[in-house]
Design a protein around this ligand. Sequence first.
Ligand code: UD1
Ligand code: CA
Length: 456
Amino acid sequence: MANVYAIVLAAGQGTRMKSNLYKVLHPVCGKPMVEHVIDNIKNLGADRIVTIVGHGAEKVEETLGSSSEYALQTEQLGTAHAVQQADSLLENLEGTTIVVCGDTPLIRSTTMERLIKHHEQIGAKATILTAFADDPTGYGRIIRGKKGEVLRNVEHKDASEEERAVTEINTGTYCFDNQALFEALKQVKNNNAQGEYYLPDVLSILREEGALVSAYATEDFSETLGINDRVVLSEAERVMRLRIAEEHMRNGVTIISPDNTYISADAEIGRDTVLQPGTMIEGKTMIGSGCVIGPNSQLSNSVIGDRTTINSSVVRDSKVGTGTTVGPFAHIRPESELGNEVRIGNFVEVKKSTLGEGSKASHLSYIGDATVGSNVNFGCGTIVVNYDGKNKHITSVEDEAFIGCNANLVAPLKIGKGAFVAAGSTVTKDVPADALAIGRARQENKEGYVSKFKLN
Ligand code: UD1
Ligand code: CA
């Protein structure tokens, strides 16, 4: 392969999205669509990647960081004009340039690779990636000559009735001989329905100069979805969701209902893990092997060990060990760390706390800003009182401590190793190791009280 350069078009506002968020930053399976495009190009091993930014330039650059170079298109005068903004960076280089729209996140790197290969093998100056659409509305149509040769692309808005009947569409991805591209761009005019400089016009310009212009058709139309509005966004989400699910299934993950399971593009899941319906795996979440996640669990940016069960629960920005069970109906909030063999049961909330190996909070508890050792037992209804209305305070509970039901542990507080806290206690003073703390009113029984009461 010759040197390969890539240009990603991402300057448009995306008016049809009707959004405050710039179009190319809308996430598909949890990742901004333009980042999918860049990642796919990176897989190609492109020598240079230039992203054309305009609307939301700063945000787009912030999102993509150093994975791309940038060229600014201050006014959005069309896709040809957009590509032209890369001239000072690429114009004189020898090689093949692939142009991809920032709103087509489903085009696979393997498809891009095949496009480039085809383009280079036949020695074309320009090759357009096309697909056949059941409903081609909105896409540019590929107009071919009598021998099937590519003549030009016509935009939907400029097309005649007859041209609109063509179902072969422009996917918005192209390969060019780099120098021929920048030469031809200078000749693109904007005398069309939208008054824009259209990139696909480069094809007919090169053809008229006698250069070889070609098309490469993909079989899978869904790959080429261009996301212009939220209806297509949800379609793309569906396609990508099933694609991601399929990859995990091929790698040994059981997904009971792929239609009802949402896995981010960046998640990693080990073998023999089962994902039950209604489960969302978000962000850079890593799940070990042999786990059961769901039904109805939401895990984001978290790391889960092996053989752990998370049923109908939420885990965010946290770590969960091996052989641990969470839920049903638990909430593990950011910066928590649950060790191995931990039990977190129903209606338990853990916030910014660490629980060591074998510790348990099986029912109805709140554990906030606490450092908990191993084999600690929190009885039903234990509350860690971490907030005094102004500041949050830390509680530490050492190994093997046993906290009775319905206790309030008022922070700052330290419960020593192996200590007991009697049920119903409100504990405000540190408890030494091995001690029993009782902090509740003493019970008094008034004999015969009830019958006397009823007589009056
Ligand atoms: C474009 C193609 C159409 C093709 C379709 C595939 C043109 C003229 N039309 O149409 O043939 O079928 O993609 O999805 O190219 N952009 C800029 N600067 C601009 C204009 C656009 O950076 O001045 C970017 C947009 O941010 C977007 C991409 O280029 O990522 C495509 O622009 P869009 O307006 O979505 O073009 P389509 O009408 O979809
Ligand atoms: Ca588009």
